[in-house]
Design a protein around this ligand. Structure first.
Ligand SMILES: [Mn+2]
Length: 324
């Protein structure tokens, strides 16, 4: 992380200068988006900085163990009421993923953007870009940024450990690097509550989520020839299971663990409420780079985990499911 020291310094200078910071992360925030933005919120709070912690969707109830979670706002009036001069966007490879890119464009006053992320496909949309594709998670990057000021408290540590543990699938997927383990051990030394993280962020699945997963598993298709395992989730499923979009997130990772998925590609197509279909791609095959496939379809991500979004709806026809 040594080569990022100047960037850390520049970010701290901007944070210090700012009058009002707006903290933002991608919609349907996962453990990493929630944990990294909450950690920075704790840091600003301790330093008596005025800030607003915003996400278009409030984090799921299984993240409520994270200290300060109640500070999240999803009330759109924030965008008319508050005049921020610094926007920090975390875990979002482009501004589009925040679902408030239009609001950002609409702002008439001057503000700077700091972009902190670990996705290789990051657009570098910030005035300052701290993009570290080798990092397991944005939370791992935030650890180094805050440790630069010796500012990792117990509260911060629990939030950041959540981000690392969820993005590495409990230290099991390809993102599990020595760096991720090293930072996690330091976070435990700072008092991070690993038991809570494991219980609430990893193990506990709301019944609504399990119902939704049940539908996805029922529709599982294995193409032996092309080694593609796929399934679909519709907005009707979401409604009938009373589940949120975030509940869909773990399905692709779960399928990627299956023995049948070894060396193949996992694809989960999920219909979104905004008339789009999201595709999640996973592979454990060292020779396959699914981010290339995602890029062709207008998306991006990592070599082993990527995604894309296309306009359309999912429809079941005589030959199976298709995007129409
Ligand atoms: Mn992440």
């Amino acid at each position: 992380m040594d080569k990022y020291k100047t960037t850390f310094e520049n970010i701290h200078i901007e944070l210090e200068k700012a009058q009002h910071v707006l903290l933002l992360s991608h919609k349907s925030p996962d453990g990493d988006a929630t944990g990294s933005s909450l950690a920075l919120a704790h840091f600003l709070h301790v330093n008596d900085k005025e800030f607003t912690l915003f996400n278009i969707n409030k984090p799921g109830s299984h993240f409520e163990f994270m200290p300060g979670h109640y500070a999240f706002k999803n009330d759109m009036s924030v965008w008319d009421k508050e005049e921020f001069d610094l926007l920090v966007v975390m875990d979002s490879s482009n501004l589009n993923h925040t679902s408030v890119d239009e609001e950002i464009k609409r702002q008439k006053h001057d503000f700077k953007i700091i972009n902190i992320d670990h996705h290789i496909s990051n657009d570098e949309y910030g005035h300052i870009n701290l993009v570290v594709p080798d990092a397991s998670s944005t939370s791992e990057i935030i650890y180094h940024l805050l440790d630069h000021k010796r500012a990792v408290t117990k509260e911060v540590a629990t939030c950041l450990l959540t981000g690392i543990m969820t993005d590495t699938g409990g230290f099991q997927n390809m993102a599990t690097t020595p760096g991720a383990i090293d930072v996690s051990s330091k976070l435990m030394n700072k008092g991070a509550n690993i038991k809570q993280v494991a219980k609430f962020a990893l193990d506990q699945k709301p019944v609504n989520t399990l119902k939704l997963w049940g539908r996805a598993l029922q529709r599982l298709k294995i193409n032996e020839k092309n080694k593609i395992i796929s399934t679909v989730i519709t907005t009707q499923d979401l409604e009938e299971c009373n589940a949120t979009e975030e509940a869909m997130e773990g399905v692709a990772n779960f399928l990627n663990e299956l023995d049948q998925a070894r060396d193949g590609v996992v694809m989960v197509l999920s219909e979104r409420e905004d008339g789009k279909v999201k595709g999640s791609l996973r592979t454990t095959n060292g020779l396959i780079d699914v981010s290339k496939l995602a890029k062709i379809l207008g998306g991006g991500g990592h070599k082993k985990a990527s995604g894309f979004t296309i306009d359309g709806k999912l429809k079941e026809g005589p030959d199976g499911w298709e995007i129409v």
